[in-house]
Every structure is written in C-alpha cells, then in structure tokens.
Design a protein around this ligand. Structure first.
Ligand SMILES: Nc1ncnc2c1ncn2[C@@H]1O[C@H](COP(=O)(O)OP(=O)(O)OP(=O)(O)O)[C@@H](O)[C@H]1O
Ligand SMILES: [Mg+2]
Length: 341
C-alpha cells in the first residue's frame, strides 16, 4: 500500500536560501497547472453524511478543511479531498469533478487520501490528530477529525517575540516525538513535518497534522522520484534517490523544525546544503541561550548523511531529556544574557 500525495509531481530542486519564508514553507510542485482557480467550498449548512458544514477553515493545494457539527452538535474538522490542479467543484455545488485528462491522477490521490484516513483512524495518540470517521461522498473522500483549538507552530513562532524557554522547547518537541514514535511504530512515515503541520493546543501540547504525504515505510523500496517536499524541512533523500526514506527522514524534519523555532526561519534547504552547506550549526548560533547538548541534538538531526542522525524518535526524545541544563549553568547563561542586553 502506498500513501502519498500522488497528485504532485516531483519538483526541480529549489535554489536553497532564496524565496520568502512562506515559499520556503510550502510544498514544491512542478505541475504546470498549479495556478488553477481556488475551488469553491461546500456551502454553509450543507449536510454531509450527518455532518453540517459551518464554514471553510483552510484551503490547501490538495484539500479544503471545514468547521462542521455532527448529529450531537459537537464541533469537528472535516477535510475534503479536492486537489486544485486536478479537479473542480461541479455545477451542483457539491460533487467534485476531475479535470479532463487528470482522472487517473485524481483517483490515485483519492485512494491515498482514503488510506491516510484509514491509517490515522487506527492510530490513536494524544499528539497525533484524531480521525473520528472517514467516508466517500460527492465523488470524493472526507476525513472527520477532532476539532483542535490553538494554532500552528508556524503561526506561534511568527507572533511570539523572543525565543522559547528551554523547558517549553524540550516539552514541545518531546511530545511531538512521542506522537512521531507511535506513527513510526505503525510502519508509517509522515514525510512533511514542518511548523505549519504541527498544531499547538492552547496548553502548548503539540499535535501532528496533515499526513497527506505519508507513506508506509515497508513500501519504500529502491529510490524513486519523490512526490513532494517542503524546502528547508525535507531531508536530502527526499530530493534525490541516493538513500531510502525511513524514520531518519522524519528525524531530519524534526531537527529542521527545532532549528526554525529558534532561528524563526527555515534552515537552508537540503539540496542547496549538498552543494554548499552554509547552515550555521545550532551549537554555534544559539549557544548563548541553550545548553550545548540540546543544540548538538538538533545538529545531529540535521546531518546530511541519514546514517549519522539519531536512529529513532525515541532516541532523539531521550537525547532531549538528557540535554537539560544543570541549574548552575542555566543560571550563568541567564545572568550573562542579562548583562549583555
Ligand atoms: N483537526 C483540526 N482541527 C482544527 N483545525 C484543523 C484541523 N486539521 C486541519 N486544520 C486546519 O486546517 C489547516 C490545514 O490542514 P492540513 O495541514 O491538514 O491540510 P493542508 O496543509 O491544507 O493539506 P493539503 O496540503 O493536503 O491541502 C491547518 O493549518 C489548520 O488550520
Ligand atoms: Mg498542512
């Protein structure tokens, strides 16, 4: 079984450091029809298999997410498979129609979307988005999720001034690694971990979202063209086929998210790093604020050679746990920062 956004074609490698933060954080595609019109959402009040659509929350390249209510008036999030470049809303306002000549691709993506929902429905973990139901309707597929409150890590980093405290940082990423470990134990890889796909609940507990790029690890055989990647967060093996994808690929992305949380921008893209690595190690760049072992753990995740990264989410989680500052060194660092400011 193969789970991936099969609808996206592989992109030519990006030019690394160029582009806005927004561009760096969006998935890259090479589909020439990418400028397709934004699809019309389902109207307010639309009844979808017992769920009442309230309003659109978000519209991405592959799907629309809605706020809806179930039969007991419980709010839920409903994700609709509607890839902009391959399909449009029909004139009846509900059915999804594949564009001419894109039917096969649309159907492949639809099957993947359905499998993504099935896999998540089985996986129940407090740090992984909970899929309550999934079904086919309107000639497409839907995933009903528990409605999360809060905001993405990307939005949090944008509005939050200054860097996170060491304890908050470690607790955020160890929660995320807990969820990721469960995902990997299912034999699934996420393959698009980035700040925009990490949800922070109001109590700052992280939730892994958007498994649209996911694949079953067991099905990842010899290198093949990769379907999609997000520059800055995607591991080098997602650009070229010299290495097999595996948990180490998600570990690179987690390292990139940790780096981006401290730097407030994505690290240099991996394809550019392979040519001319200009990424300043975290242990140099942030040494005034965080303990060396924590920064070394980030740098190890970001190694270009997959074999030199932490081997599993659990290993990285315990590296973070062991990286806590001693009370004395934290005190010295705080004092030094105060004197410098
Ligand atoms: N369970 C949820 N609860 C609340 N909001 C959600 C939930 N799932 C998704 N969202 C909202 O929808 C946005 C997009 O979700 P998601 O990342 O799953 O899809 P996407 O990036 O649009 O996916 P695609 O690339 O497939 O189009 C999130 O950033 C969030 O604002
Ligand atoms: Mg997303």
């Amino acid at each position: 079984m193969l789970l991936q956004k099969a609808t996206a074609a592989v992109s030519t490698p990006s030019s690394g450091l160029q582009g806005t933060a927004e561009q760096r954080e969006s998935v890259q595609y090479s589909n020439p029809t990418m400028s397709a019109p934004v699809p019309t959402p389902l109207p307010t009040g639309f009844m979808l298999e017992g769920y009442r659509i309230e309003r659109q929350i978000s519209c991405g390249g592959f799907s629309i997410v809605y706020l809806a209510h179930d039969a007991n008036e419980m709010p839920v999030a409903v994700k609709e498979y509607l890839p902009q470049t391959l399909a449009r809303r029909g004139s009846d306002g509900s059915r999804v129609e594949p564009l001419e000549d894109h039917e096969a691709e649309f159907n492949r993506g639809l099957a993947c979307f359905f499998e993504e929902a099935r896999a998540l429905n089985i996986l129940q973990h407090e740090h992984v988005v909970r899929v309550l139901n999934f079904f086919r309707a309107n000639d497409t597929a839907y995933m009903v999720m528990e409605l999360e409150r809060g905001r993405t890590l990307r939005d949090h980093v944008r509005v939050h001034r200054g860097r996170p405290g060491e304890t908050a940082f470690r607790s955020l990423f160890s929660g995320l690694l807990d969820g990721l470990g469960a995902v990997h134990q299912q034999g699934l890889l996420h393959l698009d971990i980035k700040p925009a796909n990490i949800w922070l609940r109001c109590d700052m507990a992280p939730v892994l979202l958007d498994f649209g790029a996911a694949r079953f690890a067991v099905d990842i055989g010899p290198p093949a063209p990769r379907a999609m990647y997000t520059p800055g967060y995607a591991a080098p093996e997602q650009y070229h086929g010299d290495y097999t994808l595996g948990p180490w690929t998600d570990i690179y992305a987690v390292g990139a998210c940790m780096y981006a949380t401290l730097a407030k921008s994505a690290p240099q893209a991996a394809d550019a790093r392979l040519i001319d690595d200009q990424l300043a190690p975290a242990r140099q760049r942030f040494s005034d604020h965080y303990p060396p072992r924590l920064l070394v753990a980030i740098d190890e995740c970001l190694r270009l050679d997959p074999a030199r990264r932490p081997p599993s989410a659990e290993a990285l989680k315990s590296a973070l746990a062991n990286a806590a500052s001693s009370g004395w060194s934290a005190w010295v660092r705080t004092l030094r920062n105060r004197l410098q400011s």
